[in-house]
Design a protein around this ligand. Structure first.
Ligand code: 13P
Ligand code: SF4
Length: 334
């Protein structure tokens, strides 16, 4: 998806009232539900029927009775919706919206890894291609990764992929020695590093720390807490949906947020009285930001870009995705 493509976003449309009216009217005419991930541009989040994390959006897509799903997110998310609902029309407003993490393992690489560990249970993060999901036993998201791994008998080896930082988090929480972790990463989250977090925490000693487990700094945050540099109860490792839930519950007046910066919009809406600050304000995912007002309008006008998943791959991937949506608590936009 992400190779040598021109990744210039489609522009030229203002997100004004005329745009909103046309988007909503076309969606109504086409019986389309608009889903947006928490990292989308604010105007896309605000016009969507549902904004949430990967798990919540997968569940909503599976349960929706709309004829068309318009997935404002990245390609693997729309693909997951298509796997769960093969008879629905699934559109992503710009099919070039890939994911560097999903690109960090191929189905061939996974097959070779499995051959080295016969009998191991394969747990793949939802940020993977359909072909990788077809080689997987159970998918997970950041919201239910710990529950998914905990559901596997303790004596079974587990191959966890592709995110090394989420894998380290799951290993820490489950204490599982027989969990092997693929060395992939998301370039946006890996760039939110420990020294940066330590500095921001020192500058804001009363702040809560909301940290996405894909971040390079997640381990450092727990180390800081372990060293007493930050009170342990201030460090929260959360999926994007759980950040919104936690924002409504916290008593803190300042929260440092370590994830993609699109998240700040939902957090500020959920808790307007709290000062949410990005740990790294350059942490913006160019793929997520390809879903522009112009791309969404084009999607509704021209039926672009329709997502297709090979029927055989979809059939082999469906069980793993189905298990993913069955495990873990509801939340994050549901
Ligand atoms: P969640 O919304 O599941 O926390 O995932 C974050 C992410 O990086 C999606 O690309
Ligand atoms: Fe992929 Fe990272 Fe972008 Fe999420 S933020 S879509 S994991 S590249």
């Amino acid at each position: 998806m992400t190779g040598t493509l021109d990744l210039t976003p489609l522009t030229g449309v203002e997100p004004d009232q005329a745009w909103r009216d046309e988007v909503l009217e076309l969606a109504r005419q086409q019986d389309a539900v608009l889903l947006a991930h928490n990292y989308q541009l604010p105007e896309i989040q605000d016009i969507a029927d549902h904004t949430g994390d990967s798990l919540a959006l997968s569940r909503i897509a599976a349960e929706s009775d709309a004829a068309t799903i318009i997935f404002c997110g990245v390609h693997f998310m729309a693909e997951t919706a298509k796997i769960l609902s093969p008879d629905k029309r699934v559109l992503i407003p710009d099919a070039r919206a890939g994911c560097s993490l999903a690109d960090s393992i191929t189905a061939d690489e996974l097959r070779a890894w499995k051959a080295e560990h016969p009998g191991a249970v394969v747990v793949s993060y939802v940020n993977t291609t359909a072909a990788v999901k077809a080689e997987t036993d159970i998918c997970c998201t950041s919201s239910n990764a710990v529950d998914v791994v905990a559901s596997i008998p303790a004596d079974k080896e587990v191959l966890f992929l592709p995110d090394q930082f989420l894998g380290a988090h799951v290993k820490r929480v489950t204490g599982r020695a027989n969990l092997h972790i693929w060395a992939g990463e998301c370039h946006v989250h890996a760039g939110i590093n420990g020294p940066e977090l330590a500095q921001r925490a020192a500058d804001n000693p009363d702040a809560d720390l909301f940290i996405h487990p894909e971040c390079g700094c997640a381990t450092s945050a727990l180390y800081l807490a372990g060293e007493g540099a930050v009170p342990a109860d201030k460090v929260k490792i959360l999926s994007t949906g759980d950040m919104v839930t936690q924002a409504r519950a916290t008593k803190a007046s300042t929260v440092l947020v370590a994830t993609e910066i699109g998240m700040l919009h939902q957090l500020r809406k959920a808790a307007p009285g709290i000062d949410f600050r990005a740990v790294n304000d350059r942490a913006s995912c160019r793929y997520m930001k390809m879903i522009t007002p112009a791309a969404l309008l084009r999607s509704l006008r021209e039926g672009r870009d329709e997502v297709h998943v090979d029927a055989d791959i979809a059939a082999r991937a469906r069980g793993a995705v189905q298990r993913m949506i069955e495990i873990g608590k509801p939340g994050g936009g549901e």
